[in-house]
Design a protein around this ligand. Structure first.
Ligand SMILES: Nc1nc2c(ncn2[C@@H]2O[C@H](COP(=O)(O)OP(=O)(O)O)[C@@H](O)[C@H]2O)c(=O)[nH]1
Ligand SMILES: [Mg+2]
Length: 179
């Protein structure tokens, strides 16, 4: 095997504050997550938030993956671009019970994909909650094919791995998702 074939694949997890990015990385990582949390400087509904990135690693489908969770606040948008440089794929998370965040989620997605054409999936978290948007309806909202939007409980390792497996499958296949 060549060195390139063994190089870890970089995947990025982005989305608004509270979407489940840190949770997703923590659920998936097989090594202790390096997190860069700080006290929130503005009222975002929680005391701590990610200011640089969350980093985790895992082995999936014969690949070593490096997972980078971005901050959710717009003032860190430069980090979205930095982290997506050279990424194989992007998971854009949005909490399915926070429709007030959908517009922001879409603007993050557009910000990133207009600068870096990275294949992506949208993950609609909190599917374990009672009042949550169906991924098919979120797909409609985002104007994306249903197959590009998946529901998950970000605290569930099986569901979280399924999302990544699906992204990997599509990015490594001859006809990747449009990004
Ligand atoms: N029940 C449930 N809770 C979730 C899910 N995803 C995230 N959470 C919770 O939502 C809160 C915000 O998640 P966090 O990962 O900090 O969001 P981030 O701001 O995107 O990093 C935390 O309390 C998580 O435990 C999910 O799919 N289901
Ligand atoms: Mg976070």
């Amino acid at each position: 095997m060549t060195a390139a074939a063994q190089a870890p694949l970089k995947l990025v997890v982005s989305g608004p504050v509270g979407a489940g990015k840190t949770t997703f990385v923590q659920t998936l990582s097989q090594t202790p997550v390096i997190a860069t949390e700080a006290e929130a400087s503005e009222d975002i509904g929680k005391t701590n938030t990610t200011v640089a990135f969350d980093f985790g690693t895992l082995h999936l489908g014969g690949h070593d993956l490096h997972l980078y969770g971005t901050p959710g606040q717009d003032r860190f948008s430069f980090m979205w671009e930095v982290l997506c440089e050279g990424a194989l794929g992007l998971v854009l998370l949005v909490a399915g019970d926070r429709p007030q965040d959908f517009a922001h989620a879409r603007s993050i997605l557009e910000f990133i994909t207009s600068r870096i054409p990275v294949p992506f999936l949208v993950g609609v978290t909190r599917q374990d909650q009672a009042r949550v948007w169906d991924p098919a309806d979120v797909a409609l909202y985002f104007g994306l094919p249903e197959g590009q939007v998946v529901g998950l409980n970000a605290t569930d390792p099986v569901q979280a791995r399924d999302v990544l497996a699906r992204l990997l499958e599509s990015t490594l296949s001859p006809q990747p998702l449009r990004g």
